[in-house]
Design a protein around this ligand. Structure first.
Ligand code: FES
Ligand code: FES
Length: 246
C-alpha cells in the first residue's frame, strides 16, 4: 500500500520524544486520503511551475518555494484535523505534594511532562510501550507507567515520583537499597522502588511470592532481581523498626 493510501494514526504510545514536532515516524502518523488528494494537487502545481522554469536553479527555487509556502502548511493542517498534531492545553497537576502548572498536548505522556517540562528526571524512559516499568510513578498510590499515561488523564490524582518518595531520600527502601547495594547500572531502579513502595504500603511483610508477583512488571536488564527481593525484605524490617521506635 502506498504512503498516500494509508490511514491516519495518532497514538500516545508511539509518541517520539526525539521528535516533539510530531513529524517523525515514531509518532505513528501516516497521511489520510484527504491529505493524499491535497498533496497530489500540490505536486501537480510543482510540476507545472517546473515545466515553466528556464533552468535548473529556477526549478529548484520553485520546488523550495512551493514546498515551504504551500505543501507543508497543508500537510500540517491535515495532520491537525486528523489528530496527528494536538493543540496545547493547560494542566494543573499535583506532583509530590505540590501543584504544578504545565502546557502540553493532551496526549503527551506524563513521563515527558515530568522529565522535560517539570525537570523531574528521576523517572526513566525505558521502552516507551508499557513493557519495562522504568517509568513507574504512583497515581493515588497505585504504581502506574507514566509512558502510557496521557497527561490529560491525570486530573486530580496525586502523582508521586522517586523525587517525592522521601524528602531526605531516607525511605526504608532507599536505605535498604544502599545497605545491600542493590543497583548495578541503576537505570531501572527508580521504577523498581516506586513499585516496591506501593507493595509495602499494601503489604508491610511480603513473602517472596508476594514480591515476585508485585514486581513482575519491572524489568532489570542487569538482572538484580534477587537483590531487589532482598532489599524489599530489608526495607520491610526497617519500616517495622521505625514503627516500633515511634
Ligand atoms: S518506559 Fe514505560 S514501561 Fe518502559
Ligand atoms: S540495574 Fe541495570 S537495568 Fe536494573
Amino acid at each position: 500500500m502506498g504512503l498516500l493510501g494509508r490511514q491516519c494514526v495518532s497514538s500516545a504510545n508511539n509518541y517520539n520524544r526525539d521528535d516533539p514536532s510530531g513529524w517523525g515516524p515514531g509518532r505513528g502518523f501516516a497521511p489520510c486520503g484527504a491529505m493524499g488528494t491535497l498533496m497530489r494537487a500540490g505536486l501537480r502545481q510543482i510540476e507545472k511551475r517546473i515545466a515553466r522554469a528556464r533552468n535548473c536553479n529556477e526549478a529548484l527555487a520553485t520546488v523550495i518555494e512551493i514546498g515551504t509556502m504551500a505543501v507543508i502548511p497543508v500537510f500540517r493542517g491535515c495532520m491537525f484535523l486528523s489528530g496527528g498534531v494536538s493543540a496545547m492545553s493547560h494542566y494543573s497537576i499535583s506532583i509530590n505534594g505540590a501543584t504544578r502548572q504545565v502546557e502540553a498536548a493532551p496526549d503527551t505522556p506524563l513521563l515527558w511532562v515530568l522529565r522535560d517540562a517539570l525537570d523531574l528526571p528521576g523517572t526513566k524512559y525505558g521502552c516507551g510501550v508499557g513493557s519495562c516499568g522504568a517509568c513507574m510513578v504512583q497515581l493515588n498510590g497505585v504504581p502506574t507507567r507514566s509512558c502510557m499515561t496521557p497527561v490529560s488523564t491525570v486530573g486530580r490524582k496525586q502523582v508521586v515520583t522517586i523525587e517525592g518518595l522521601s524528602l531526605q531520600g531516607d525511605h526504608p527502601l532507599q536505605t535498604a537499597w544502599q545497605e545491600l547495594d542493590v543497583p548495578q547500572c541503576g537505570y531501572c531502579q527508580s521504577g523498581q522502588i516506586m513499585t516496591a513502595a506501593a507493595l509495602l504500603k499494601e503489604n508491610p511483610n511480603p513473602t517472596d511470592a508476594d514480591i515476585d508477583s508485585a514486581m513482575a512488571g519491572n524489568l532489570c536488564r542487569c538482572a538484580t532481581y534477587l537483590r531487589i527481593r532482598a532489599g524489599i525484605h530489608r526495607a520491610a524490617e526497617l519500616a517495622g523498626q521505625k514503627k516500633g521506635v515511634a
